[in-house]
Design a binder for this molecule. Structure first.
Ligand SMILES: *[C@@H]1O[C@H](CO)[C@@H](O)[C@H](O)[C@H]1NC(C)=O
Ligand SMILES: *[C@@H]1O[C@H](CO)[C@@H](O)[C@H](O)[C@H]1NC(C)=O
Length: 194
């Protein structure tokens, strides 16, 4: 536990220090970002609609969503207040076909309400497909029980999605009650410059 924390800190340090040491990735040096920013000053954002499917694997030998922490009081809480789940879900362009992989969704779901069941959702959509390879979209939002509203803000992104802003609407496409596995459809409307 301690050594993995040390490793994480080392990694974070390396990421922060790399640009200072002149080892930033090509196209992402301070100069390159500065140039890109100036070019966008008068640019109009374009709107992209992207439809994706998240594959939640809740059980079996290799789940993609795992509980990692809870509070002392969580067991007594009727809202599961304090539980943290980490996800690394497969992302595809079609609901059934895992060969249509476009990337991953990585992040956390946190039970963040003491009164009614509600989750804080913080997810990075990481693209690996030919079109958006290496780009990310960052989503931060809330899921509340008994609410049909599954709209989340897209707060930003990287690569193709620098300065992105948008909305993603999510709905369960299919769910398997015996395994808890789910496929969730996400419809993005994103303004971006890339
Ligand atoms: C949580 O519970 C354990 C075991 O009952 C106790 O030792 C510990 O002090 C508690 N921690 C807090 C922060 O209340
Ligand atoms: C995505 O980028 C990585 C790293 O540059 C590369 O290895 C991979 O082949 C690329 N994938 C596609 C589908 O272009």
């Amino acid at each position: 536990m301690k050594s993995s924390l040390a490793l994480l800190m080392l990694l974070a340090m390396a990421l922060i220090m790399a640009p200072l040491l002149g080892q930033a990735l090509p196209g992402q040096s301070e100069k390159a970002v500065d140039k890109w920013f100036k070019k966008q000053a008068h640019a109009k954002p374009k709107m992209s609609k992207i439809r994706l499917f998240i594959h939640d694997v809740a059980s079996g030998p290799d789940p993609s969503i795992v509980p990692v922490a809870k509070a002392n009081g969580t067991a007594k809480s009727r809202t599961q207040f304090g539980v943290v789940n980490v996800v690394d879900d497969l992302l595809t362009s079609r609901p059934g076909d895992k060969s249509e992989e476009v990337g991953y969704v990585q992040g956390v779901y946190v039970s963040a309400s003491k009164e009614a069941v509600s989750l804080l959702v913080a997810l990075n959509f990481v693209f690996t497909d030919a079109k958006y390879n290496g780009s990310t979209l960052s989503v931060l939002g809330r899921i509340a029980e008994f609410s049909d509203n599954r709209e989340f803000p897209v707060l930003g992104g990287s690569g193709n999605f620098r300065l992105a802003q948008g909305i993603v609407v999510a709905k369960v496409h299919s769910a398997d009650a015996s395994t808890g596995n789910r496929i969730v459809e996400c419809r993005f409307h994103v303004l971006h410059y890339g």
